[in-house]
Write a protein that binds this ligand. Structure first.
Ligand code: TEU
Length: 535
């Protein structure tokens, strides 16, 4: 189908934690291939593979040392080709995670670049002289803590790293860098991929004049790592010059058949929704984008409405990608537990909500099991910012622990060896083989199937209804009209509806004589809803 991605459900696989086939404790491509039927059975359309490329794994693969090779940890190029072939055989598309903004410091380009100021790669990264007092060139912060500049004694200069010091930022003002990066993308498209997830897509270009960001404000920290969230990062990322590069990427993608690119906008809040729009409007930039707006703690109806309406207004012809969890944030069932009657009730309602949103839907491995964030001990941590800021910061290991397959098998069937992150009892309790007919997994399958079969949910327009918090309600309008209503609180709420109203699809509500009873975290898809009023 042309533009398959428009109403797709995309399933994110974190390869280190899906299925180990060798017993070394780390998941791999052959393991994923073995488990693809789970994804197909769920009803997803596509898998997004977090990075599988050669990497010292300082940031778990988001530090690439060779864009054209599979890391031996995950297998070989043959394993990759077999994975694609098996996925395609099951009707699943495959997209890979391209980390183009920075490389590992072990990449040959950087090893050459740091030698001196005149070598062929000298300007491939962002190098700058110290200020007269020896300080870094700007006040930019690294997302993972401290200054975004690292001094290199051999060159006598600083280099830019928006993330770890071992993740130097490429210089996207250099035409050779842009050409080389596009070549690496071409390599993977030529191998029959269906598209890319583009890591930190708004970080590619920095301010060439090296202006300092406005001084940090005493505002609440969004991301816990350090002062990063307190600085308006207007000069180290989201520069206007980035759009021209996105257009080149699109030109490349359009040379292939029905390729999709989804960009990760590394930003939260309202501004992030604007950037998603800027990056996806029209047909010459990205196909879709997501930000961290729905991946944070905010769980108000107003917030979700602002995200969805804000995107529509900013980019009426753009296409969003919405998800509640990924490998960078605490799992949503735990993240939003203060609003939950129970973890399971939250898992069901969040799924029903997500499946009702207009756009493409992303789910993160384990979410379909109602999985909880894993509580970590210091000695179990792997994530660099988690280690650096322990115990003040909840790092990202708790959402990255292995997928659980068989409840009673060692390590829940993930590995026969010692897993790189622990498999603990509260997580193993959610194993795939323990999910029966009334389970969260069964619910996800039903909700995905319902969305697919419903023209309103899969491609209808969205019209919000003005109901008070904690109710989120909107109509999806296509050949049919469906009213979707969600109780974002643990307390029951009564809503009157029209006399002809009836429930359809999965629900957690009771409808009797024009009265819709929503328990805590209740939800319903309603046909002929009539006028809704809170009693
Ligand atoms: O994440 C980007 C990221 O975590 C932040 O950029 C984001 O800006 C922030 O959470 C919103 O305020 C990607 C990957 O998903 C992550 O795993 C990597 O560590 C990171 O890039 C560096 O490659």
């Amino acid at each position: 189908m042309k533009e398959w991605w428009r109403d797709a459900v995309i399933y994110q696989i974190y390869p280190r934690s899906y299925q180990d086939s060798t017993g070394n404790g780390v998941g791999d491509l052959a393991g994923i291939t073995r488990r693809l039927s789970h994804v197909a059975d769920l009803g997803a359309d596509c898998i997004w593979l977090s990075p599988i490329f050669k990497s010292p794994q300082a940031d778990m693969g988001y530090d690439v040392s060779d864009y054209l090779a599979v890391d031996p940890l995950f297998g070989t190029l043959d394993d990759f080709d077999r994975l694609i072939e098996t996925a395609h055989g099951l009707g699943l598309k495959v997209i890979t995670d391209q980390v183009l903004s920075h490389t590992s410091d072990q990449h040959e380009w950087f090893k050459a670049s740091r030698q001196d100021r005149t070598n062929a790669y000298a300007d491939w990264y962002v190098w700058a002289d110290p200020l007269p007092d020896g300080a870094p060139p700007t006040n930019w912060h690294s997302h993972f803590g401290g200054p975004a500049w690292e001094f290199d004694p051999q060159r006598g200069q600083y280099y830019l790293h928006n993330f770890l010091a071992s993740q130097p930022d490429l210089n996207f003002h250099n035409p050779d860098v842009k050409d080389a990066i596009l070549e690496t993308c071409k390599f993977w498209l030529d191998r029959g991929l269906d598209g890319f997830r583009l890591d930190t897509v708004n970080y590619y270009v920095h301010d060439q004049q090296l202006r300092s960001n406005p001084p940090a404000q005493a505002k609440p920290q969004v991301m816990a790592t350090d002062l990063y969230g307190m600085q308006d990062n207007i000069y180290n990322k989201t520069r206007p010059e980035n759009l021209a590069f996105l257009e080149r990427l699109r030109t490349l993608a359009d040379q292939y058949d029905d390729i999709m690119m989804v960009g990760e906008v590394g930003e939260m809040g309202r501004r992030s929704i604007e950037i998603m729009g800027d990056y996806t409007k029209g047909t010459d930039r990205l196909h879709m984008a997501y930000s961290f707006a729905m991946l944070g703690p905010d769980f108000s109806a107003e917030h979700f409405r602002n995200c969805i309406e804000g995107f529509q207004q900013g980019a009426p012809d753009g296409h969003p990608y919405w998800s509640f969890s990924n490998h960078d944030v605490p799992r949503h069932v735990s993240r939003w537990e203060e609003y939950a009657v129970s973890h399971d009730a939250m898992a069901r309602m969040a799924c029903a909500m997500l499946m009702a949103f207009e756009g493409t839907i992303g789910i993160y491995q384990g979410e379909e099991l109602g999985q909880l964030e894993t509580e970590m001990e210091f000695h179990e941590l792997n994530d660099p910012p988690a280690i650096r800021y322990w115990p003040g910061v909840k790092g990202r290991d708790g959402c990255r622990t292995p997928m659980v397959w068989e409840k009673d098998a060692p390590n829940a069937g993930f590995t026969t060896g010692t897993p790189w992150l622990p498999v603990k009892a509260p997580q193993a309790a959610h194993a795939v083989d323990s999910q029966g007919t009334d389970s969260i997994l069964a619910f996800y399958k039903a909700a995905i199937a319902f969305r697919k079969a419903s023209p309103a949910l899969s491609h209808g327009a969205t019209e919000f209804l003005d109901l008070p918090e904690p109710l989120l309600a909107f109509r999806r309008v296509a050949e049919e009209t469906l009213t979707c209503i969600f109780n974002l609180s643990p307390d029951a709420i009564l809503v009157t509806v029209g006399a002809d109203a009836r429930l359809t699809g999965p629900s957690a509500a009771a409808l009797d004589a024009g009265m819709l009873k929503l328990p805590g975290n209740g939800f319903a898809y309603v046909v002929n809803a009539g006028e809704l009023r809170v009693v």
